[in-house]
Design a binder for this molecule. Structure first.
Ligand SMILES: [Zn+2]
Ligand SMILES: [Zn+2]
Length: 144
């Protein structure tokens, strides 16, 4: 009886260790930057011998900036296959109608934009072309 309990204890221990190991690997795999001034979808240099985040056996050819906020951003390493998928996804997203964060109107030309008053490391908004042009005019007036 005592032996049986001991085995159960060992099995539970191995299970917990393997879960912790997997979690740790995930944390290492997703690369988080500090506050960053570049925009989502920015292409970063991929360090040599970096593997794809999805395919552990394929070398990454691109490192793309993912979700970004004022705290930092996630970097995603992609192999050729994943990069092609990403490009196809980007084209689809570009054609989709989304709501501008500033004027709340729907538009097909929304892109990630920072409010210049919040600075280079501020929040990123999804902003339509008209609002971006308006902000550019404001910046011009600001420095005249
Ligand atoms: Zn891949
Ligand atoms: Zn707008």
């Amino acid at each position: 009886m005592g032996n049986c309990l001991f085995e159960l204890y060992i099995i539970t221990y191995i299970l917990i260790v393997s879960i912790l190991f997997k979690l740790k690997r995930r944390i290492i795999m997703s690369k988080i930057t500090g506050p960053i001034s570049t925009m989502p979808n920015h292409h970063h240099e991929v360090p040599l011998n970096t593997f794809c985040d999805t395919h552990e056996d394929k070398l990454a050819i691109k490192r793309i900036q993912g979700e970004t906020d004022s705290m930092g951003s996630e970097l995603i390493d992609m192999c050729l296959e994943c990069y092609n998928e990403y490009l196809a996804y980007r084209i689809k997203v570009k054609q989709e109608v989304s709501c501008c964060d500033w004027c709340k109107k729907e538009s097909t030309n929304c892109t990630p934009t920072r409010d210049f008053e919040e600075g280079l490391y501020g929040r990123i908004y999804d902003v339509c072309l008209r609002c971006r042009q308006k902000q550019n005019e404001n910046i011009d007036n600001h420095y005249d």
